[in-house]
Design a protein around this ligand. Structure first.
Ligand SMILES: C[S@@+](CC[C@H](N)C(=O)[O-])C[C@H]1O[C@@H](n2cnc3c(N)ncnc32)[C@H](O)[C@@H]1O
Length: 315
């Protein structure tokens, strides 16, 4: 018998360490305009840093790094020159894909086995949703025994503390809690000496939890979504941004913004420029790209959230 959390950790590792499959599209794989918009915001944050580092958690196919670096090389030459880009990922297969994709940026991109003390930006897109979660309902925790679900006493004192601190003790709905998410945030807070943390993901806040009485765990396979995740699927849970915000403060990370992906994109010049030029074009390729931008803005734009935290410098 294992806790759902341990089962999920095992399955997510197996999934990402196997051959790369496109069971779902992430925003950077849809269109480069996503990476350009993110690069635009990152540039505003770190332009004045003497030697900034951009640190990406979970690099996927390398598409996002490619678009961010391409944008900086073309539009922010000075910043590009002084910046180093790091990727952290646990999948050897994906790391080799990233190396291949980023050949053009040799000497600019590095791979790190862990965070290290740095100034700049730590960011992720769809990283926190891969981290294993404990599943709780009515004071019990979900375990799996030979494929069967069992609800037993909560396994860890730390979980009880999170539930209490977040005010979830009286909730009867399914709640997912990622202690790994909190641990990652702590690492980010400790290593980010100066700068920003940006987390982009499917997610919700405490206020919005009522929308998900059965929780938010899902599996993806062949572009289909399954409410009951099982073997061979990409298993994810929406990110609880209230927990990231609350615990971030313990580690010196203060919220500076929390917004929908739609607004984040529309507040960036390159995205607006792309939108305008594609809207005025008649070429079939541009019309197709325009429809992908609409997907980013509408289907993903409301579901995805962007949390931006600033590291407060200790005096
Ligand atoms: C859903 S993909 C997102 C990839 C990319 N950010 C994108 O937007 O296309 C998740 C990525 O995070 C990595 N990942 C997931 N869990 C991880 C963990 N615990 N440690 C390190 N990398 C992890 C996976 O290998 C994969 O590259």
């Amino acid at each position: 018998m294992i806790s759902f959390r341990d089962w999920m950790e095992e399955k997510v590792k197996e999934y990402y360490k196997a051959d790369f499959r496109r069971d779902f599209f992430t925003a950077p794989e849809l269109d480069r305009a996503f990476g350009y918009a993110l690069a635009y915001h990152i540039a505003q944050f770190i332009r004045d840093f003497p030697k900034p580092i951009i640190f990406e958690l979970g690099g996927g196919s390398g598409a996002l790094a490619f678009d961010i670096l391409t944008y900086l090389r073309e539009k922010e030459e000075k910043l590009f020159e002084k910046t180093k880009y790091y990727i952290y990922d646990f999948s050897p297969k994906l790391i080799s894909l990233q190396r291949e994709r980023l050949k053009d940026f040799e000497g600019k991109v590095y791979w790190a086995e862990d965070l290290f003390p740095m100034e700049g930006v730590v960011f992720s897109n769809e990283f926190f949703d891969c981290l294993p979660v404990h599943v709780i309902k009515g004071g019990k925790e979900l375990f799996i025994d030979r494929g069967e679900e069992l609800w037993l006493d909560i396994s860890k004192e730390e979980l009880r503390r999170v539930i209490k601190r977040m005010g979830y003790e009286t909730l009867s709905q399914v709640i997912e809690i990622s202690l790994e998410g909190i641990a990652f945030l702590e690492k980010i807070g400790k290593n980010l000496l100066k700068g920003f943390h940006i987390a982009i993901d499917y997610g919700y806040t405490t206020k919005e939890m009522v929308k998900f009485p059965e929780g938010t765990l899902v599996g993806y396979k062949n572009h289909r979504l399954y409410q009951r995740p099982s073997e061979g699927m990409d298993i994810t849970a929406h990110v609880n941004f209230s927990i990231l915000e609350e615990y971030g403060r313990d580690f010196g990370l203060e919220r500076v913004a929390f917004l929908n992906l739609k607004d984040f994109l529309l507040q960036s010049l390159p995205f607006l420029e792309e939108l305008e030029s594609l809207s005025l074009s008649d070429s079939p390729e541009d019309i197709e790209r325009l429809s992908r931008l609409k997907t980013l803005l509408i289907s993903m734009g409301y579901r995805f959230k962007v949390l931006i935290q600033k590291k407060l410098q200790s005096s």
